[in-house]
Design a protein around this ligand. Structure first.
Ligand SMILES: Cc1cc2nc3c(=O)[nH]c(=O)nc-3n(C[C@H](O)[C@H](O)[C@H](O)COP(=O)(O)OP(=O)(O)OC[C@H]3O[C@@H](n4cnc5c(N)ncnc54)[C@H](O)[C@@H]3O)c2cc1C
Length: 369
């Protein structure tokens, strides 16, 4: 019989959501965060846009001052060629919560990790496998790093929603959107803080200048589009295709092609009302609960916000507070889907193409409607 090391809360996944939740629960709770990766990823994660409203959440984590000194770039205007074939500008100053930031994602995640360790979260990294069962009001986890138990188990494994799926929870709105992206070296330091967004017949692009001398260029298209495979193999063709659009060509001049990577990026949402079916004391947060389309630019904010709501629910007793957490997250999910649907309705000039048909025909949204 295994000897289980006892905790109050076990969180699986040390991304922004898991680390934020662990931090918020200390010092009252004994918290274990179990992470699959032994080392940080070798390439920077994609996803750099953080809205100004996140300042309140960073303050709650007591990280706002450190965050402001970390060299993240303040967001400038956004310019998009979307509804019509002409650029439309939106000034960042119009956001009442402030313009927000383009992050150095590595620094951001290191900051969250350091804070979690400073407040006494136990972090176990390199956890390759685990068996999970619920027994006598405890979740028992037998892992490659040891055996642990806790009355509360949290899925923070990102858009795979690994724990929830294992415990039989269904996800809906699994969208075949793939993000192809590359990090381009800037020859000279550029202060350009403009986000450029461009729709075309196969999907949509964005590019933005990152705070560490690189520019990210991303193209969102359907994974079954034959063009997708070709662009993944051909960095030169990827860059050349982006340069066909004047809005992008302006800032891509003189940049050399770089390796193109692909990441699933479509909406993938847990059926929030099903949460209790996984077992007592089970929660999901961040992308493991609701993974958003990058068009929303809300994934990181949602990770921190859902961690804050989950911390409140755990502190006030999950058996009483789970319903309120579910209601709040259902409202988030509905608001998100409403805005996403409206955004994809915009470019009517591509209604003949498969990518836009899939997202503009209401019937294709299934449960998302
Ligand atoms: C192409 C793209 C662009 C994006 N752009 C933006 C953007 O501009 N702005 C924005 O706010 N958001 C953006 N996002 C979304 C944002 O990156 C995510 O919402 C955010 O990273 C979610 O944080 P998380 O902690 O929930 O999950 P993750 O960051 O995915 O972290 C999950 C962690 O769990 C670990 N893990 C997974 N499985 C296991 C397991 N079985 N056992 C143990 N550990 C496990 C992983 O290694 C990882 O460390 C983008 C996403 C994509 C795909």
């Amino acid at each position: 019989m295994a000897n289980y090391r006892p905790f109050d809360v076990v969180i699986v996944g040390a991304g922004p959501a898991g680390l934020a939740l662990g931090t918020l629960l200390r010092p009252e709770q004994r918290v274990l965060v179990l992470e699959r990766r032994a080392l940080p990823a070798s390439s920077p994660p994609i996803g750099e846009s953080l809205p100004g409203a996140a300042a309140v959440l960073l303050q709650r984590l007591q990280l706002l001052a450190a965050f402001r000194e970390s060299g993240h770039r303040e967001r400038g205007a956004a310019v998009s060629v979307w509804d019509e074939d002409r650029p439309v500008w939106r000034d960042a100053i119009q956001d009442p919560a402030g313009p927000g930031w383009y992050l150095d994602r590595r620094k951001f995640e290191q900051m969250l990790r350091r804070r979690a360790l400073d407040v006494g979260v136990t972090l176990e990294e390199g956890c390759k496998q685990m068996d999970i069962r619920h027994c006598q009001a405890q979740w028992q986890l037998d892992t490659t790093l040891g055996s642990f138990s806790a009355p509360v188990l949290v899925d923070a494994t990102g858009r795979s929603g690994h724990l929830g799926r294992r415990l039989g929870l269904r996800r809906y709105a699994d969208d075949p959107l793939l993000c192809l992206y590359c990090f381009l070296d800037q020859a000279a330091e550029s202060q350009d803080a403009t986000m450029r967004i461009q729709a075309d017949s196969h999907g949509w692009w964005y590019t933005v200048n990152l705070p560490y001398g690189q520019r990210v260029l991303a193209y969102h298209m359907d994974v079954d589009d034959p063009l997708c495979r070709r662009l993944l193999r051909r960095p030169d063709a990827f860059l050349a295709r982006a340069r066909e659009h004047a809005l992008l060509a302006e800032v891509l001049a003189g940049l050399a092609p770089a390796r193109v990577r692909g990441r699933p990026a479509g909406s993938s949402l847990l059926e929030v009302e099903q949460l209790p079916k996984a077992g007592p004391g089970f929660l999901a947060i961040g992308d493991a609960l609701l993974a958003f389309d990058p068009l929303a630019s809300q994934g990181l904010f949602h990770s921190l916000a859902s961690a804050a709501s989950a911390a409140k629910a755990i502190e006030s007793g999950l058996h009483q507070s789970l319903g309120a957490y579910q209601q709040e997250m259902q409202a988030v999910s509905q608001r998100y889907l409403w805005h996403l649907k409206a955004s994809y309705q915009g470019p009517r000039r591509f209604s003949h193409s498969t990518f836009w048909q899939r997202r503009q025909q209401t019937a294709n949204w299934g449960r998302m409607g």
